[in-house]
Design a protein around this ligand. Structure first.
Ligand code: ATP
Length: 234
């Protein structure tokens, strides 16, 4: 479904991604693990067309992504939930969700899309009239994920969804990511919380200083002594 080959990316200085090759198959949840500054966010931003100096190839269902304008990428079926959530703070939860459907085809089934998001995150239904800026961090993360789902993506890019959230909220999000995947959406999940990522993913890649240094099934990575030491704290 998504094939990234020899991806190099930079912001004007040295490369922050060097020859990154990875894939997400239809139906998979794939985790990308790595410490701060490993390049995880840059990888997702490159897929979404937000890193102008990205080189190499990125193909989504056979279509080349590099060189496309960023605003055309959601229409291909790729939803991006950015690091830091970025809800529209002075808009209600419901209006934030509606923004996620803006520019997507099939506008007539928008009420059904909203109901599907509410089924996944009942808290958002209760708080649909509340300004998103006054919601808790976890609720804002749900709004951000829900907004991306309103575009009915085939592939969801999730950037550190658990960042800064209490463990109980992280568990809730984790369950929601599993459910989203079971509903047929492939997921590329960037996380510093390796335990969370590997418990929900089928496969994973470890990124260090812009290089893929290890890849395998979630089970194999969880059992790897280097991964356990560096990322699982055991
Ligand atoms: P984190 O978890 O801290 O976000 P990350 O693995 O997601 O880390 P990136 O955010 O992709 O890493 O950053 C990789 C490198 O690129 C870092 O050295 C960072 O300083 C640099 N970088 C990221 N964004 C920019 C930018 N807009 N301009 C210049 N350098 C950037």
């Amino acid at each position: 479904m998504l094939e990234v080959r020899d991806l190099c990316a930079a912001y004007g200085g040295p490369d922050v991604l060097s020859s990154v090759t990875l894939e997400v198959k239809a139906g998979e949840t794939v985790a990308v693990l790595g410490a701060n500054t490993a390049g995880k966010t840059t990888l997702l931003r490159s897929i979404s067309g937000l890193v102008p100096k990205a080189r190499g190839t990125i193909a989504f269902e056979g279509a080349a992504l590099l060189g496309r304008a960023a605003h055309t990428i959601p229409g291909l079926g790729i939803g991006h939930v950015p690091e830091g959530r970025h809800v529209f703070p002075r808009m209600t939860t419901l209006d934030n969700l509606m923004m996620g459907a803006f520019g997507h085809r099939g506008a007539r089934d928008i009420p059904e899309r909203v109901e599907r998001v509410f089924a996944l995150f009942p808290r958002l239904k209760e708080r649909q009239a509340q300004m998103a800026g006054s919601m808790s961090g976890g609720e804002q993360q749900m709004v951000s994920i829900g907004r991306a789902l309103m575009g009915q993506p085939k592939l969801l890019l999730l950037d550190e969804p658990s960042h800064g959230l209490a463990p109980i909220v992280v568990d809730e999000l984790h369950a929601a990511i599993g459910e989203i995947n079971r509903q047929g959406v492939s997921v590329l999940l960037v996380e510093q919380n390796a335990m969370l990522a590997l418990s929900v993913a089928h496969r994973g890649y470890v990124l260090e200083a812009g290089h893929v240094v290890l890849s395998g099934t979630a089970q194999a990575l969880s059992d790897d002594p280097g991964v356990r030491r560096a990322y699982l704290g055991v």
